[in-house]
Every structure is written in C-alpha cells, then in structure tokens.
Design a protein around this ligand. Structure first.
Ligand SMILES: Nc1ncnc2c1ncn2[C@@H]1O[C@H](COP(=O)(O)OP(=O)(O)OP(=O)(O)O)[C@@H](O)[C@H]1O
Length: 150
C-alpha cells in the first residue's frame, strides 16, 4: 500500500523518487508506527538522564496537581507543558543521533550549532514549564502553610 502511494507520488512529481524510498524500513501499519514510536520513548528514557529527570518531575507535578485539586484546565495546562518539554527532549535526542551519524567523532561548527540549539530549545521549554509550575502549583501549596504560620 505504502509502495503504491509512493509510486503514485513519484508519478505526480514527474518521476522524481520520493526520498523515503531510501529508508531501510518503513512502518507498514498503524500498530507498527506506535511500536517504533514507543521504542523511541524507551530509548530516550534508558539513555538520556535529562529525559528521566523530566519524567520524574512530570509524575510529581501531575500527582501534586491532583492532590491539590487543581481545576481541569490547570491540570491540562500542566500536562500540555510536560508534553512540550518531553517532546523537545525527544527531538533533541533524535537530532543528536543524526548529527553523530553525519559527522561521527569529527568536530564541526555546524554540528556544535545544531546540538547547542536543540539543547537550547529544551532549556527554553523547561524554563517555561518551571514558570507554569510556579504559577499553578506553588500558590495552593504555599498558602495553607502561610495561613497556619501568620
Ligand atoms: N561533532 C561535534 N562537533 C562540534 N561540537 C560538538 C560535536 N558533538 C558535540 N559537540 C558539542 O558538545 C556538546 C555536548 O554534546 P552532546 O552530544 O552531549 O549534546 P547535548 O545536547 O549537550 O547532550 P544532552 O542533551 O544529552 O545533554 C554539544 O552541545 C556541542 O556544543
């Protein structure tokens, strides 16, 4: 089916072969797509310390949010923020792999820029996530303590 679609696409684009024809393997079903995607998440969890830290913070934030009875919208914002940060970390991991695949152990300014920018994207996302946590989780966590003290 996929091959037929690619052939149709190649025909439409005046015979130019779709670049994915060069892929070693392609997901042939929705289930296999999910399997490969899950393998990527597992790889990131097993190999990336930052991804494990994000996972631990995510579990803590969701648990705290539920315990503090945050509104559904507030919980949704927290979950969305977590998804953005973890998604960026996965993209960062993918980009590192592609850069390493391309330049190997060689030093290259463009490799440095690509890796630094990808890491920067995670940093921006994680900083925003901290701000979201501070705005939504800190007040209901701290106010009761302050009320008992003063
Ligand atoms: N081939 C390379 N050429 C030039 N600089 C490189 C190269 N590989 C890595 N670097 C530099 O070393 C830094 C660390 O590389 P690494 O592969 O650990 O990426 P990272 O994004 O910092 O990793 P992580 O996100 O897992 O902490 C990069 O941000 C980049 O500045």
């Amino acid at each position: 089916m996929t091959q037929k679609l690619l052939a149709a696409y190649a025909e439409k684009t005046s015979g130019t072969l779709h670049l994915r024809q060069r892929s070693y393997r392609m997901a042939t079903s929705l289930m296999s797509s999910f399997r490969y995607a899950w393998a990527g998440v597992q790889y990131a969890f097993q190999t990336q310390r930052n991804f494990r830290i994000h996972t631990a913070i995510a579990v803590t934030a969701i648990a705290l949010g539920s315990l503090l009875r945050l509104s559904p919208v507030e919980l949704a914002v927290i979950i969305l923020t977590i998804a953005v940060v973890m998604g960026l970390e996965l993209i960062n991991t993918a980009l590192e792999a592609v850069v390493d695949l391309t330049v190997g152990k060689e030093y290259h300014d463009l490799a440095r820029i690509a890796k630094d920018c990808a890491a920067g994207a995670v940093l921006v996302g994680a900083t925003a996530a901290l701000a979201v946590a501070a705005a939504l989780i800190l007040p209901p966590l701290v106010y009761p303590v302050l009320r008992t003290l003063f």
